[in-house]
Ligand binder design. Sequence first.
Ligand SMILES: NC(=O)c1ccc[n+]([C@@H]2O[C@H](COP(=O)([O-])OP(=O)(O)OC[C@H]3O[C@@H](n4cnc5c(N)ncnc54)[C@H](OP(=O)(O)O)[C@@H]3O)[C@@H](O)[C@H]2O)c1
Length: 259
Amino acid sequence: MEIKSVGFIGGGRITQILIEGMKRSEGLSVPFVVSDTNQSALDALKSRFPDITLHLNDNAAPAMCDLVFLALHPPAIGGVLPNIASFLKPQGIFVSLAPKFTIAKLTQGLNGYSRITRIIPNAPSLIGYGFNPIAFSETLSDSDRQSLISLLAPLGEFPETPENLLEAYAIVTAMGPTYFWFQWSQLKALAMEFGLSEREANVGIYKMLGGALETMFSSGLTEAQMLDLIPLKPIGEEEPAIRGILKSKLTALYEKLKI
Ligand SMILES: NC(=O)c1ccc[n+]([C@@H]2O[C@H](COP(=O)([O-])OP(=O)(O)OC[C@H]3O[C@@H](n4cnc5c(N)ncnc54)[C@H](OP(=O)(O)O)[C@@H]3O)[C@@H](O)[C@H]2O)c1
């Protein structure tokens, strides 16, 4: 199918990221239609993208688009699905960006509508570096899948994955940056306190992270060998506590998403 309009139900952070990323594609001229219950979310979108159509407390307009993104948190989803089901186009595609709600549950909530895709996007989609695992319902043809992927291509990668792995990706690749960004920002602030210019701090941290990742994934060293490469570890004493926090918080969230 040819996608001629794109709707978003929910106009918060991920909607802003995806619109920003898609608008990077020169020649993309599809209209965007967004609804939200929160005026300040719509105001933020309007100031960033003056040409998109916004609807307060009215999810019908985005639901009538060829491609419909559901960009709501799981607790808000159950109440919204039956109210938008009758507006969905028979040949449209419905994309949920949320964890927890499976294609089967979405189909049930949408009174049997099954032209559904699930994507767990991540924030680097903003600049075209997204890693966005995707699972399709069987109802969608190869050509539907191709139309969707080519429209979304400016956002980054869309590896097809079994649906039952999407919650794991939500924890690892969607929320992953939140475990590290604040630490890298703190390191940058300290680097500048220690006398590096902002540019020197940026380049140093960027190169250090790139090299550290390559060492982890390409050196062939075991974890123990890798960790032993640097004997002086200023925050080494805290490592067990940090590992414990990751394990307890992320396991609890994963279990909540899988219920
Ligand atoms: N942000 C990310 O990087 C990311 C990555 C992967 C997946 N996701 C998924 O994307 C979904 C949305 O996340 P987000 O980060 O965009 O959250 P968000 O910034 O909180 O945006 C959600 C928006 O939906 C509004 N809303 C609530 N109920 C609504 C309803 N019935 N109809 C229309 N709008 C409604 C909210 O208003 P209020 O604030 O007033 O409630 C809010 O403005 C979640 O399922 C999340 O897991 C997000």
